[in-house]
Design a protein around this ligand. Structure first.
Ligand code: SF4
Ligand code: SF4
Length: 184
């Protein structure tokens, strides 16, 4: 059996400790919050990297990415035929539907989408939460630089291959060398 009144004393001790501790209330919006750099605030678009592969729009669970494009012929000197490339006309994200899951950023194979910690884009009219290509592009200025590599981490495969090449040794691909082709 415990000492009578021990629980009460313990409760009062916690109250006293809490009373003397400084408050953690953030005085937003007078004081900007100190957010971690990888906070999910808004999605930024680097349109130059976008090849209109449509992966992000297809994988978005909320179907809130709207993309439009047209094809353009590019004449490559020396090529037999002109090439075709996609030109991005429209890239909108509706942030009134977005659930900030980050799937679009994860699946983009061309590093065209990034998280920005900016979150102050509330609107009085919900329609204005549809950000177009230009607006998404402007968020790029607020994307923090990528974190530095872990000095104790393994070097990237490309780095070790380049180091081996520089040292004069052929990198070991793990596959047997292909025999030379017989002369015809
Ligand atoms: S974060 Fe998720 S919900 Fe928002 S646009 Fe990207 S895939 Fe869609
Ligand atoms: S996944 Fe990336 S490259 Fe493909 S359409 Fe989306 S943003 Fe553009």
């Amino acid at each position: 059996m415990g000492v009578p009144g021990a629980g009460l004393a313990k409760g009062l001790a916690v109250t006293l400790k809490t009373m003397t501790r400084r408050s953690h209330t953030h005085q937003y919006p007078d004081v900007a919050p100190d957010l971690p750099p990888r906070s999910r605030g808004v999605i930024a678009l680097l349109a130059e990297n976008c090849t209109v592969c449509m992966l992000c729009a297809r994988e978005c669970p909320d179907w809130c990415i709207y993309i439009d494009s047209h094809k353009e012929e590019v004449v490559v000197p020396g090529a037999a035929r002109p090439r075709q490339r996609n030109v991005l006309d429209k890239f909108d994200i509706d942030f009134s539907l977005c659930m900030y899951c980050g799937i679009c950023i994860e699946v983009c194979p061309f590093d065209a989408l990034y998280w920005s910690p900016e979150f102050e884009y509330a609107e009085y009219d919900i329609k204005n939460l549809l950000h177009d290509k230009d607006q998404l592009g402007e968020w790029m200025d607020t994307v923090p630089p990528p974190p530095a590599h872990d000095p104790n981490g393994e070097p990237a495969k490309e780095e070790s291959t380049a180091a081996k090449r520089a040292a004069g040794g052929e990198p070991d691909s793990g596959r047997p060398a292909r025999p030379p082709r017989a002369p015809r």
